[in-house]
Every structure is written in C-alpha cells, then in structure tokens.
Design a protein. Structure first.
Length: 557
C-alpha cells in the first residue's frame, strides 16, 4: 500500500437496530504480529464462500461465510479470527456445531476429521463492524461500504484464518442497494440481478452481485466495496499473458470505479494504468488475476493493493491531485505482495520494497531515466533522513504491524533491489525476477526464497549482500582521498557511518577525471577503510566520483 495519514470521519448514520440475541464480544486489538510458528496448525483454508447483505445508509450488515478447510492433521480445531460481530449459528458439513468465541478467536472443533479430509464450516453472523468493513458516508456525504483489511483487520467482517500465508479462492455474493455498484476481487461471475426478497441483510430494493476470484489470495487482500460508483474503462492489457482471464480474447480489462463527482478528476491518475499492466507483464511475468479495477474507496491508506481490485483513498482522488505514482506502486503490487506474498509480516519488504522499486521503474521507461533517478533520489533522501534505519529491514522484534510501514520496508527495500540490479546487471537481475515470479506465483515466501533464486540465476553467493542490507541496520557513508605517486593512484575509501552500523561490502564504479576525460574503474570496498591501487590513469586525476550512476545507497548529499 501507499502510506497515508489516517483520516477520521464522524459517523453520521443514526437509528441502527441491533438484534438483541447477537453476542457482542469486545473487539480485539488488530495490527499486532502473531507469534512465530505455524498460525493455524492442522488446517489449510482452500475456499471462502462469502455472502454479505448491505443496506442503504445502514451500519448493520449480515453475513454468511462458508469456509472449505483441508484438514492436514487429524482432529484439529479451526481457529478463526473473528471479532466484534454477533454469531447466529455455526455448522460443520451441514450440522449445527458447538463453538467457542473468546478474545476474537472463533474455535470450531473438527474432531471427527482425518488428515486429507475436507470440512465445510458455515458461520452466520451480523452486527455493526468495528473495523474492516467501513460503512460510512463518503467524502461527498453519500453512503458507502468498503473493506479495508491491512494487515489483519479482515477478522472484523469475515471469519477467516487472518494470516497472509493462508491463501484461498473466494466467491462473493453481495446483496447491495440498487443505487450502488458492487466490486470485489476476481471476475464478475454473472450480471447483477434483483436480490431475492429473503436475501440476508437490511431490507430495501437491492441487487445481487457475484464476484469470484479463481486463484488463491491472502485474507488481507479479500475485499468488497459498494457505493454509487461510475465505471470507466482504461483499456485491455496483458493480452495472451493473463492465464486467469475469463475473457475470450485472453486480456484483462483495466477500469476505474469512482464517485460520480470525481470522474474527471480521476482520469489523469488512471490514464496510463493499462500501460503499467503491460509494462509489468513484460518485465516480470503474466498478469496474475482476472481483471484490474482501480476503486475510489474508504481505505485509510493512500492506496491499498487488494488483488485485482485496488482501493485508493477517496480524499486523494477527490482532491484532484495526480496519483500516478501511487497507481504504479499499487499495480506493481499485483505481482509483488498479491501474487507472491510475504509468508511473515516481518518480510514486508518483499511486498513494499518491490512495489516501491518496480512502481518507480515504470517511469524509467515511460518518462525517461531522469524521472526514475529523481524518484530514486527522493527514496534515498527518505532513508538518510529516517530514524527507522537504526533497525534492520527484517525486524522481528517490532510487534506493531503498522510500525512496519516504515522507511526500511519502503524506500530502503526498494534500494536493496536497485543495488542488486546494479551489481548483477540488468540481464541477470530481470531474469532472476522472472524466475522468482514464475516459481512462487500464488504462494507465500520469505527473503531466503528470493535470495535462493537470485543466487541460482546469477551464479553468485549473495549471503553477504542480503545479510548486510536486510538483517543489519543502516547504510554506508563514504569519504575518499587519493594519493598520486607519479604513475599510480591510491584511492582510500573510508566508511564514516555510525559505529553501531556495520561496515559494508560494496562493489561500485569509480569515475576519474583525467585531463578532461573520464575513466571508470570497478572497485570493491569492505571494512571501515579500503585502499585500492588504480593503474593506468596516465596522469593525476582532477576529480574522483564514487558511484557516478547512483547504484549504491549511501549517506551524504
Ligand atoms: Zn505498497
């Protein structure tokens, strides 16, 4: 996602009726990292069948979620994250089941099931969500309902194994007011039809929308949204390179869904969205989902990369400012974060660092190298101006997941990729990226999985590189001096960064200006002081520039 300030809006709806029978457990604290180790042992969610009934200007909603669970160890308990809503009933394979709902965990016993079995657990629930499903007036004072899950707030509207590593397919049946359009992940399985009179949720004239995502996605990516929205088509993209597409032409449709008041303001932000999809398809691999909708929404973030249904800050779009940088970042996330997901929150740079870097790369090709370098320099200045970098990128001691939205996982993570590219070269770097994507598509990974692919493709041992950049804090700040002995130069490079940061091993180019000519040499520094003999310059250099093409993250101007 793109970080943004949290806007708080007053809740303006009134007259909400709560059923008296509903249990109302206290909301749990979301945004806390789960303990390490297997999150929900013995079970693997395969599919969520989600039915949601929404009303016009009504905060209360009703849901039925059927969860298909593959049992991996005999007799497990299914520990569903579920918080703040009342449970009407729970059944397992059609038979009403006992359950325990304590401290935000809905535990359903699968006692009679063996490894290899599949169980279907159905939960019927209702209430006013504390979070996750944001039902409120939008920026124009119109009613709306949008999901905003990151990192683990899915539990506030959808009983789920709310962890990024447990991916599943989803089918949504959304009964929404007839004034609204409803959007979700995946493809529209059928055109909206009038809702049955006994459909769940508040009464009123409603339409039923069925969306289906046929490839597995992480719970934090599972979203629905409904409001008075206008839909515009940007174009078709990834034609012949979108295996999940349900279209006859094998393309994905790229659209934007915005409030009627903001249609014109949104256009500049989304104008190149199909080009972005084509660009990432070309450099990374096939587009992973069925379509790509860009949606103005109630997300608390500047943009949230939900698989195939990206949600953007409604205020950002209503302000009319060009959000193309955010759009490119969120579209890059479809490959990195969504199709390949960090298996642990503490490897978030695999999502945010990649989206930051690839999002900027679109502009390298579309708008030229100077635009790209300006974006990288902005990123570098954020790193060198940040206290976050006193901690390593991989920082398992940080339990507050929102604190991981920091200058390590975003700009420094992006710079790690840039340095790797500079070191192994474009051909090897992009071959490695394509191999990583092809190998781990639709699964969850850790940093070592990425490192393994890059080592394989480059033929280089990269442990030192990942160790110093991901598992250690800081970055180097260089100072250099040159002595000339009459025919040989001796270049000394000192690392001036804090003693609490490591000394970095850095291969880099050095440019010498000799009699108005530039001569470049490759050096490698290691340790707090490195002296390198440079032969063949011919005369004493007038100037020395370390890393003239800006491939290395370093302190200073
Ligand atoms: Zn992001």
């Amino acid at each position: 996602m793109k970080r943004a300030k949290l806007y708080s809006l007053p809740l303006l709806f009134a007259g909400v009726a709560l059923p008296l029978s509903a249990q109302e457990p206290a909301p749990i604290e979301a945004g806390v990292a789960p303990p390490s180790g297997e999150y929900a042992p013995g079970v693997d969610v395969v599919h969520y069948e989600v039915e949601v009934g929404l009303g016009y200007g009504v905060l209360w909603f009703e849901g039925i979620t059927e969860i298909q669970v593959a049992v991996t160890e005999a007799g497990p308990t299914l520990p569903l994250d579920f918080s703040g809503l009342g449970i009407n009933s729970v059944s397992v394979d059609g038979r009403e089941s006992d359950f325990d709902h304590t401290d935000g965990i809905l535990s359903v016993s699968l006692g009679g099931f063996d490894a290899g079995d599949t169980a279907t657990v159905r939960i019927h629930y209702e209430g006013v969500p504390d979070d996750g499903l944001i039902i409120r007036e939008n920026v124009h004072g119109e009613p709306s309902a949008f999901v905003d899950n990151w990192p683990n707030r899915t539990r506030f509207w959808l009983p789920s194994v709310d962890h990024p590593a447990d991916k599943a397919t989803v089918r949504y049946t959304i009964h929404a007011p007839a004034e609204w359009k409803a959007i979700a992940n995946g493809h529209l399985a059928s055109e909206p039809t009038p809702s049955p009179v006994d459909a769940i949720g508040p009464e009123g004239e409603r339409l039923t929308w069925i969306w289906e995502v046929g490839v597995p996605i992480s719970p934090y990516n599972m979203v629905i949204g409904a409001a008075d929205l206008e839909v515009r088509t940007v174009g078709l993209a990834a034609c012949g390179q979108a295996p999940a597409s349900r279209r006859d032409d094998g393309c994905v449709e790229v659209t934007y869904w915005v409030y009627p008041q903001d249609v014109e303001k949104a256009e500049p932000s989304f104008r190149r969205a199909a080009e972005m999809v084509d660009y990432f398809t070309e450099i990374v691999g096939p587009f992973p989902f069925e379509k790509l909708a860009n949606v103005q929404s109630a997300t608390r973030f500047g943009g949230m990369e939900n698989a195939s249904a990206i949600f953007y800050s409604e205020r950002g779009i209503a302000s009319g400012r060009n959000m193309e940088g955010t759009v490119s970042h969120e579209i890059a996330h479809q490959w990195f974060g969504d199709a390949i997901t960090e298996a642990s929150w503490h490897h978030l740079w695999l999502s945010e660092g990649f989206a930051t870097y690839f999002g900027a790369q679109f502009f390298e090709v579309a708008d030229g190298i100077d635009d790209f370098r300006r974006r990288m320099e902005e990123s570098r200045l954020r790193v060198v101006g940040s206290d976050d970098v006193n901690r390593p990128i991989y920082d398992p001691e940080e339990r507050d997941l929102f604190e991981l939205l920091n200058d390590n996982n975003y700009p420094k993570g992006g710079w790690v990729l840039h340095m790797l590219r500079g070191m192994v070269g474009d051909d090897v770097f992009f071959e490695g990226i394509r191999a990583y994507y092809a190998r781990h598509l639709h699964s969850s990974v850790l940093t070592e999985d990425f490192q393994a692919v890059m080592e394989e493709v480059s033929g280089q041992q990269l442990d030192w590189f990942f160790q110093q950049w991901i598992y250690e804090p800081g970055y180097p700040t260089f100072e250099h001096s040159l002595t000339w002995t009459g025919d040989t130069a001796e270049l000394t490079v000192r690392q001036l960064q804090s003693a609490s940061w490591p000394a970095f091993r850095v291969p880099m180019e050095v440019e010498f200006v000799v009699d108005g000519e530039t001569i470049r040499r490759q050096i490698e520094v290691e340790g707090r002081e490195t002296t390198v003999r440079i032969e063949g310059l011919g005369a004493e250099p007038d100037a020395v520039v370390l890393d003239p093409d800006h491939w290395v993250l370093k302190g200073g101007r």
